[in-house]
Write a protein that binds this ligand. Structure first.
Ligand code: ADP
Length: 422
């Protein structure tokens, strides 16, 4: 590097222009500019700052091993983008293979120059200055400027190009990361669609044969005598369980397609709590659990879809019953807030680890591993319940002091501004 004191005024001015341009490009790296525009910007800066006719970036194609023109400045040969240059038998190839800059003031006598490209494009390359480009620890391509307009390539040109090459590498790396991320999202979307289609088709196809099984099992249960009646009862109960699963699958696919149509009407809060209690009473009795409803002193009317609110409550209540040990206690209570009504469902069961308190609302999420756990279920009940709560502009969340200390689920529903009470 030259001693700064030996610079002429004109050289110092050129240095200043170059620095300003480099700072401006570094700032652009963080901008929302499309990567192609950014690379073009860097190429134009390379061309101008090096006093050249054109600048290009060539990146190595890992499949063909050729160097491919990926970005160009204005000026220069047209139609270069996407064109290959062989790694063996070109100056760019030598720069990349030897990981060293190369400056040639006259390529006409240089046997390393890849002449076919000029023949294809009609452009005449006279001189080349190129530097290798590195992304992270990998040498990936070359930044070249061609045809120095006045005189020979200088050390200053080389230094500017080295900086521009690292800036371009950051831009390319960002673009590659964004494209990899986009690809991963697309793949995820495809898998998600496959899953949703499967659920929609399976739940639809299972419904008809199941209603036949339920119909005949119920008929047999009434008719059969002795042990046959017990067997019919078992078939009937299992079919009912299957129906709950299929209903959850169907609900989920409707929710996914955002086809939930709420049929809202003024509904008695007490009535909703009682209806949910009725739905789960036999399961609680089978485990000798107590479901205690602490009713509000005064009933109020809320504007909701009663069927859907009962589904939210029964999903949460069924969990409380399922996960709480025999003889456990489940308490349903309401609290009136200024503009909301809160319904809480507390149990004295195993509790929920803090880290899982939000995740349990994700589809198919279960705290215990599905294959090893003792309880049935698909991990859909809470995600459906939350989606239904949100369709009402309400919220559903869980709290738990920790494992072994019970859980509490809260459903909050807006009261709206219509008249309530009584
Ligand atoms: P599942 O079909 O597995 O019950 P849910 O979506 O209804 O699916 O619940 C998700 C997970 O949340 C359950 O698998 C369970 O691990 C946990 N969970 C839900 N309710 C309770 C509760 N009352 N006590 C402890 N864990 C619960």
């Amino acid at each position: 590097m030259n001693d700064i004191a030996s610079y002429s005024r004109q050289e110092l001015e050129l240095e200043l222009v170059a620095h300003k341009r480099l700072v401006e490009i570094s700032l652009l790296l963080n901008s929302t500019l499309a990567q192609e525009d950014l690379l073009k910007h860097i190429m134009d800066a390379a061309r101008e700052l090096a006093g050249a006719e054109a600048a290009s970036i060539l990146l190595k194609d890992p499949h063909t091993n050729d160097l491919i023109f990926t970005a160009n400045s204005s000026g220069g040969a047209s139609g270069l983008l996407g064109k290959p240059v062989p790694l063996e038998g070109s100056i760019a190839g030598i720069i990349l293979n030897e990981e060293m800059p190369v400056a040639i003031d006259d390529v006409s006598t240089d046997p390393r120059h890849y002449r076919q490209l000029d023949e294809q494009t009609g452009f005449q390359t006279r001189s080349i200055l190129g530097v290798p480009m590195r992304i992270k620890d990998k040498w990936v391509g070359v930044l070249e400027v061609v045809n120095k307009i006045n005189g020979a390539w200088t050390e200053g040109n080389l230094n500017t190009l080295l900086i521009l090459a690292s800036l371009a590498a950051v831009a390319i790396d960002n673009a590659q990361l964004v494209s990899a991320l986009r690809h991963a999202y697309n793949e995820l979307d495809k898998v998600d669609k496959l899953k949703s289609d499967f659920i929609a088709i399976a739940s639809h196809e299972l419904r008809t044969p199941l209603s036949v099984i339920l119909g005949y099992a119920s008929f047999l249960k009434e008719e059969a005598q002795g042990s046959a009646s017990t067997h019919a009862e078992a078939v009937f109960r299992s079919a009912l369980q299957l129906r709950t699963i299929i209903e959850q699958m169907t609900n989920l696919s409707f929710l996914k397609q955002q086809e939930v149509k709420l049929e809202k009407r003024p509904s008695s809060l007490m009535g909703l709590l009682r209806a949910a209690e009725q739905d789960v009473l036999s399961s609680a009795q089978a485990k000798e659990q107590i479901v205690e409803i602490r009713l509000p002193d005064e009933d109020i009317q809320i504007e909701v879809d009663p069927g859907q609110v009962v589904t939210i409550l029964t999903n949460v209540l069924n969990n409380a019953i399922k996960y709480t040990q025999n003889g456990g206690l489940i308490v349903l209570e309401t609290q009136r807030k200024p503009s909301e009504i809160w319904i809480s469902i507390r149990d004295n069961g195993p509790g929920i680890p803090r880290a899982a308190l939000e995740k349990i609302f994700d589809e198919f999420y279960q705290v215990e591993d599905h294959m090893t756990r003792r309880q049935g279920g698909m991990g859909l009940g809470l995600s459906i319940a939350r989606a239904l709560a949100e369709a009402h502009q309400g919220r559903l969340w869980a709290e738990s002091p920790g494992p072994g200390q019970g859980s509490a689920f809260y459903l909050s529903l807006p009261l709206g501004d219509g008249p309530q009470g009584g």
